[in-house]
Write a protein that binds this ligand. Sequence first.
Ligand SMILES: NC(=O)c1ccc[n+]([C@@H]2O[C@H](COP(=O)([O-])OP(=O)(O)OC[C@H]3O[C@@H](n4cnc5c(N)ncnc54)[C@H](OP(=O)(O)O)[C@@H]3O)[C@@H](O)[C@H]2O)c1
Length: 242
Amino acid sequence: MDRMAEAAAIPAWDDAGDALFAPLRAPVGMGCSFVLGRVAQSLDGFIATRDGESVWISGPDDLRHTHRLRALSDAIVVGARTIRADNPRLTTRLVAGPSPVRVILDPERRLTEDFRVFQGGPETLLLHGKGSASAGRMGHAHVLAVLRAAEGLDIAAILGVLRERGLRRIFVEGGGVTVSRFLAAGALDRLHVTVAPLVMGGGVPAFPIPPVARLEDGRRFAWTAHRIGADVLFDIPLVRTV
Ligand SMILES: NC(=O)c1ccc[n+]([C@@H]2O[C@H](COP(=O)([O-])OP(=O)(O)OC[C@H]3O[C@@H](n4cnc5c(N)ncnc54)[C@H](OP(=O)(O)O)[C@@H]3O)[C@@H](O)[C@H]2O)c1
């Protein structure tokens, strides 16, 4: 069974399946990509405590949803701070379907080789900024240099590098800085935000972007809400500009 058929066979948690997943299963044209960003946040907008604890902000159905999104993707992108805080495996352990290629954004090459993603498992790419210390490998990972932008790595260049390697369904899994940079660059086709009935009072923000001075300068989205266990998942279609 191919990746899409396998992932499609995974039962949805309710009847949201088709509305939510049809856009993710749609064919992606040659030379194009489909990019989905995602965060699971508290009611007051945090994705982790100040010390970086984030597992179980949302419930088990939402965690399964994350694994399902992984199974539907060619590549999963995470920022360096998520690797440091969670030491994740980024595999599809909770659903059927293959694990995607893991892509770690670490512009200054600050991560060390002892994290799980560098020790083995699915194919892994470590992207850093051109000009910082370069090497062919970081343990299990291939190391690739990418153009820099005014802030961080150039998102179009990241997507270009992935496309060249045949990776066209891209899942930007976190954390907040990484998803926000893709959003700010106009590089997301879709955003899934799960909101859990939890108030944290502080922590790592879901969307660390410059504050607007006037409400009318904020970005307002259309969304469809789905119940996902005790949480609510907002499915937000976006217009890609990059
Ligand atoms: N609840 C959730 O949905 C969820 C999901 C994932 C992670 N988390 C939690 O979120 C926390 C980390 O989130 P975070 O927002 O602090 O950080 P993050 O997004 O995980 O990582 C941010 C770092 O990644 C690098 N980076 C990301 N995008 C980049 C880009 N376009 N260009 C260049 N560099 C880029 C930068 O590294 P440098 O600083 O080296 O420049 C940046 O500081 C952790 O505690 C983790 O547990 C929560």
